[in-house]
Design a protein around this ligand. Structure first.
Ligand code: UDP
Length: 193
């Protein structure tokens, strides 16, 4: 995969529909992948935080959520094809998996938000299988990981905000059975509205 380096964060040179196809392929083949969509703020944060930068650079898919990153890539003479907002990418994946045997889990946002987001998404994507939700304010990772694994989702959306979700996914990746783990920022708030 071709990468474009923006201040040390390596973005994949890929369109939104190619990114969606990659995620769907990983889900169908049960291939483990973490997906992040950094905006310029996170690129700056990663520039000063080598641990965060390593988490991003070791993940299987990194696409730019924010036109600022795309503009920076053009100024560097290595243009990224387009902005790929996490929210839109998730919608495209939902559209493609709604009639497949792929199970989804929502982790994050305030009390009741992920529940409402589930309801809205199930109305929009009729056959989408959202097997569980939990808000993003919890104490022990172990308990949450166990309750997620018990429901056996394939696609885990983690909306704890950046960079908290990046750290959380990195820390728990190996013990989560889901194949695709994606940081979705405040997307549940958007989906519930
Ligand atoms: N959030 C959470 N747990 C936390 C901190 C934040 O679930 O400990 C949620 C918060 O409720 C919101 C999202 O993370 O839904 C952060 O949204 P924001 O738009 O600020 O994040 P970004 O998309 O910029 O990463």
């Amino acid at each position: 995969k071709k990468n474009i380096n923006i201040l040390g964060t390596k973005f994949h040179h890929i369109t939104r529909s190619e990114a969606a196809a990659f995620i769907v392929k990983c889900l169908q083949e049960r291939k483990k992948a973490s997906v992040f969509t950094p905006n310029p703020e996170i690129v700056m944060e990663a520039y000063h935080d080598s641990r965060l930068q390593a988490i991003l650079n070791e993940s299987e898919l990194v696409v730019p959520d924010g036109i600022g990153v795309v503009i920076a890539s053009k100024l560097l003479g290595q243009p990224l094809p387009e902005r790929v907002a996490g929210f839109d990418l998730v919608q495209e994946v939902f559209n493609q998996i709604q009639n497949k045997e792929i199970k989804v889990y929502f982790l994050g946002a305030g009390q009741g938000v992920a529940e409402l987001a589930k309801k809205k998404m199930e109305e929009k994507y009729t056959n989408l299988k959202i097997v569980g939700v939990h808000n993003g304010y919890f104490d022990k990772d172990e308990d949450i990981v166990a309750s997620i694994n018990a429901l056996d989702p394939d696609f885990l959306l983690v909306g704890l905000g950046a960079p908290k979700q990046e750290y959380w996914i990195d820390k728990n990746k190996d013990r989560l059975n889901a194949s695709v783990l994606m940081g979705v920022g405040g997307s549940f708030d958007g989906m519930s509205g």
